[in-house]
Design a protein. Structure first.
Length: 114
């Protein structure tokens, strides 16, 4: 599994910009939590999307589609949390579960290809 350094830089920059935007958009005291959360979610999702891992194109397409689906899901989830008062535990549990599901399904897709 390899990643192009340009894609790595793009992933970091997009993640930083999303973290800043969500942190600024959040109207509660948890803006730091939202910024850290969206940064981690975007970094993992974008790295999964940009990695060159599987020799079969069908598996690569499935992994990329899954990553894009979860990027959209993470953005929607964070937008909802930005405008609604929430507890720290609920944010961490919901977004943490989504991230674990993404990594687990991606790992499963990669392992079934080999």
């Amino acid at each position: 599994m390899k990643i192009d350094p340009i894609y790595l830089v793009v992933s970091v920059v997009v993640s930083i910009l999303m973290a800043y935007g969500m942190g600024a958009l959040c109207s509660s005291d948890h803006s730091w939590l939202m910024a850290i959360g969206i940064f981690i979610q975007m970094m993992v999702s974008l790295l999964i999307m940009f990695v060159k891992g599987s020799p079969q194109s069908r598996t690569n397409v499935n992994i990329k589609v899954l990553a894009v689906f979860f990027i959209v899901l993470f953005i929607i989830s964070n937008l909802i949390f930005a405008f609604v008062q929430f507890e720290t535990a609920s944010y961490v549990v919901i977004n943490g579960l989504m991230l674990v599901i993404l990594v687990t399904v991606t790992h499963f897709l990669h392992k079934t290809d080999q």
